[in-house]
Design a protein around this ligand. Structure first.
Ligand code: AMP
Ligand code: MG
Length: 424
């Protein structure tokens, strides 16, 4: 095959965003069903890892009836008569359950302490008056049985599932695991993601580019996106635009679980990635999507020989904003599946649009935008496009924190509309 021949599928009509996303989702579902290796990590470093077995309650939660207030453990019916009740003693958080509770008496109790068995409520300290060593619930307030007490096992029973497998852990779940006695957790191994940048114009970040050259910003940007999405980035040396360099680098990259190639997928004379993938026997899903930016995106699988499953490969357009958008839209769901995560991906949100955005005929647009996540005067997130000079404008991109989706067939999104955003 000559080095510049294209993969035949490129002439087929390009899929829409929805069609391409559906193809990726179907592949991701298959990837998720394949076995994943498991490792054990200390709880302190388990945040954002994907849980490989459910976290279960090791005992009833709470394991004793717990007071939610500082006050007086009592019988609700007795306290509601507003007669003075004598204070039998004091219970601090950490004390063993106290008792007994003779009639017409209460125990002083602190938040988090065990409520004596005979008590069925806690009168808040703010709601009682003190009379000669006794207390009285101030009328007209009355107390219902169960008030200010969490019964034993009300949160969960011993053996209950607290966090399901496949869940990417968050700090609340780390706390739940700690309270159930997990010092370490089984998690899925992080997928290794090869990052292969291509282009004769690229120089390392530490160098001053000569006229016509640019620094290789995609390698580190993609590494950051991969880390943020729960993968382990593996940055390969940048490849020059020759068949030999690209093919050799691709062969090395097949050791990874996922390959991200940046550049070389457009229609230019030196866009050599698709032919190289074809020579490696790639099974192509698509070689372009009706989106802007990111239209030349390639998605395929390259066989590895033997019993090894094929490696997932995305050829991302080289322009940085195109690379970022196509990673978030298409590569991230496959990476999530390789991570064992069963959460929905990509995670779109909605925000109130501050400024009109025009659509493009025949394309779904993803417009770099800034969303204010702390609006002062509105319950909605507010989003506005950043002013940019095209998909190579990294200064504009650095002011953005999301993409606004403008669906295909939409003339414009107007200010004041609720729109879909993809935060990063
Ligand atoms: P390509 O997709 O190879 O045609 O690249 C399109 C444009 O993206 C190039 O002309 C560069 O300006 C830019 N580009 C390509 N690769 C990178 C990279 N690794 N880092 C930053 N910009 C890049
Ligand atoms: Mg290039």
């Amino acid at each position: 095959m000559s080095s510049h021949c294209r993969i035949p599928l490129v002439s087929v009509a390009l899929p829409s965003y929805d069609e391409a996303a559906a193809m990726v989702a179907a592949e991701a579902a298959e990837v998720l069903n394949c076995p994943h290796s498991i490792e054990t990590v200390a709880l302190a470093v388990a945040n954002r890892r994907v849980l490989a077995q459910p976290i279960r309650a090791d005992r009833d939660m709470p394991s004793f009836p717990r007071s939610t207030r500082d006050g007086f453990a009592c019988r609700a019916a007795e306290a509601s008569t507003h007669t003075p009740l004598s204070v039998a003693g004091s219970i601090r958080a950490g004390d063993p359950p106290a008792g007994p509770l003779p009639s017409s008496s209460v125990w002083e109790i602190m938040t988090g302490a065990a409520v004596p068995t005979a008590a069925d409520a806690v009168a808040m300290v703010e709601h009682v008056e003190h009379i000669d060593g006794a207390i009285r619930l101030v009328p007209p307030r009355i107390l219902e049985p169960g008030e200010n007490v969490v019964p034993e096992g009300a949160e969960a029973r011993a053996g209950d599932e607290i966090v399901p497998s496949g869940n990417r852990l968050n700090p609340a779940q780390i706390a739940a695991a700690a309270s159930c006695g997990y010092g370490a957790l089984p998690v899925f191994a992080m997928p290794r993601v090869a990052i292969l940048t291509t282009g004769d114009e690229l120089v390392p970040v530490s160098e001053v580019p000569a006229p016509g050259q640019i620094r290789n910003s995609n390698a580190t940007m993609l590494a950051a996106l991969v880390s943020q999405a729960g993968g382990e980035p593996w940055i390969l040396p940048a490849a020059v635009d020759t068949d030999e360099a690209i093919e050799a680098a691709l062969r090395e990259a097949t050791q990874a679980d996922l390959i991200l190639i940046s550049g070389g997928v457009s229609a230019g004379k030196f866009d050599l990635v698709e032919p190289a993938l074809a020579r490696l026997g790639a099974k192509i899903h698509f070689t372009g999507v009706r989106i802007q930016p990111g239209k030349p995106l390639v998605y395929c699988q390259v066989p590895r020989g033997g019993d090894s499953p094929a490696v997932q490969v995305f050829g991302l357009p080289g322009n940085p904003i195109s690379s970022a958008a196509t990673f978030l839209l298409f590569a991230a769901p496959v990476l999530a599946a390789l991570s064992g995560s069963s959460e929905a991906c990509p995670r779109f949100s909605v925000a109130l649009l501050g400024r009109e955005i025009k659509g493009k005929p025949g394309l779904t647009r993803f417009v770099p935008s800034a969303c204010s996540f702390h609006p002062l005067n509105s319950a909605n997130l507010e989003v506005a496009p950043v002013n940019w000079q095209g998909s190579g404008d990294l200064a504009a991109f650095a002011r953005a924190n999301c993409f606004v989706a403008v669906p295909e067939g939409i003339d414009k999104l107007s200010a004041g509309e609720l729109v879909r955003i993809l935060p990063f």
